[in-house]
Design a protein around this ligand. Sequence first.
Ligand SMILES: NC(=[NH2+])NCCC[C@H](N)C(=O)O
Length: 670
Amino acid sequence: MSTGLITELNKLNSLERVAKELHTKVQYSTRKELSPYVEGDDTVVKLLNENAKLKHRLAIINQAIADEKKNMSPETDSDNTLLIMDHLEKIFSAAIAEAYPLYSKTPVIIAAVNNVSAKFGDYQCNNAMGLAKKMKEAGISISPRDIATEIKRCCPASPLIDKIEVAGAGFVNVFLSKQHAVSALTTMLRDGISPPNVPKKRILVDFSSPNIAKQMHVGHLRSTIIGESICRLLEFLQHDVLRINHLGDWGTQFGMLIAHLEDRFPNFINESPPIGDLQAFYKESKKRFDDDEHFKKRAYQHVVTLQAGDPKSIKAWQLICDVSRQEFQKIYNRLDVTIEERGESFYQSRMLSVVEFLRSKNLLEHDDGREIMWPNVNKTGIPLTIVKSDGGFTYDTSDMAAIRHRIEEECVNWIIYVVDSGQSTHFNSIFEAAQRCGIANPNEHRIDHVQFGVVLGEDGKKFKTRSGDTVKLSDLLDEGMKCSLKQLQDRGRDQILTPQELSDAQESVAYGCIKYADLCHNRISDYVFSFEKMLDDRGNTAVYLLYTYSRICSIARSSGEDFSNPAKILDAFNIVLDHEKEWKLAKTLLKFFDIIIKCSSGLYLHFLCEFCYEVCTAFTEFYDSCYCIEKDKTGKIVKVNHSRILLCEATAAVLRQCFKILGLKPVAKI
Ligand SMILES: NC(=[NH2+])NCCC[C@H](N)C(=O)O
């Protein structure tokens, strides 16, 4: 990297720090005074603009650095040998280009061989058949087998590959090199598990996002669990991730809540009102709103006073928000979720300006008193309602303001919305509209709606309590804690573990199984919520994984030697992969890096869950047939197989990294 660029980067980094401080100050002051009313405050607006400019410059420099780095490191960047799939794709792409230059653009097809028999190798390139067909169409007749042989001949040498063989009708089978696997595992044990190298992005993940004064329901739970894991995955890949809670804290429902608060607790300004049960409070005010015309009128007036920044209404609004906020935070603490609140209210001033922006571009049309915007020129789909007939804004308006803020002020190049599939029409329209008006550019910004299906009860119907109410999340988590304790007691663990160990295990199992049950299915499908299934210790469940993990930990512990620093052991012993099951476990572990890339490209976490299960199964097979510690009849240790225990430690390290991403807290004793 040129020194000029580095100096520039340092300068920008310090500017970025100043910008951040200013930004925090701005946020703090706007939160205190409330964002809608900073419009007239020149200093704040200036700071905001200055901040946006700095960030924009920083983003450009970062991109330049990333480009330069890419140019400096050759394709065979040593880090990239961690990505077996990627590496093989490059090898075969080069081979096809050399063997058949006319077909050099053919997409390479590589498949991992799923261990039916070792004789088919570990990976397979399946391009020969397709190429033969294409050539035949062009009048050239070569058999797929001959093509496969030619591809094999042209494969550049690689440290990852032991041998390549042509088999059957024209498959090219790749056998991985043991020597390479040993060195990759050794590095993992010595230096820890480092992430595969990918171009870094600034990413905003919009997740959880419950609504004030309403129950946070299982849909929000899914968004919270999936969103948190996506953040963890992207942070592991060293992206710059903003975790945002797009709280529903603004809108007409506040009118009736404030009017009701005023009636029930006239002294709320001086004396904190006892509205701990916001649900009941919400229901009461809704009933009055529906039954009493006079009350309804007052509620509407309060929407206006709130949006105009009347201090008393703001105070009431804040009191109500605080009650919900505390409830949400309790759930986040229990589930170990980190998220920054930036609710719809944050965008009030930006809604005003996005409306102006769209108007100035002539993109708003009058329709029955409303102002609407078609997401595309052909006017297909459903138009967005940008301004209601009473002049108010909608969910569409706040999302247009939010996407603009994210791209233009936060300078992100990837936005991820973790919201249920039911909102896909809304998001498609927002994404299209953002492109149409020039906010988003598909070449620069990646925008994903990470959708997910609904949670079903064991009866296959929408998840509800017996009485048909929405399930309270805190009750659900309590129930999980109860079930997991019962399971541990049934196994007699309460007799063996210390009270602290038991309570750690209880929490690990309870929250782990709830998260894992959600993450281990393809998120698009609906899933059935069942504690019984989640707590099953056979099959692909958190319980099975956690038990296997603790079994792995116990091996080193019972060897009587200290394996806490594997690097030290590696100075004296090598990893050996002679036994078929040792080799299989090693190859499974090395798939980790490819899996991480696969998960992050489509934002699917079930691949990582399936991988954990595959690791645990491969481990169990290995452990069933390979002694790690040999004892004599009296139980005295006669031999410790250091290589195998190192393999156990590598397995534990890989699982730990996966668990971290999936939000499971492993315990050494369970
Ligand atoms: N930018 C967004 N619209 N994020 C999702 C918000 C979800 C919304 N509060 C709901 O509960 O349905």
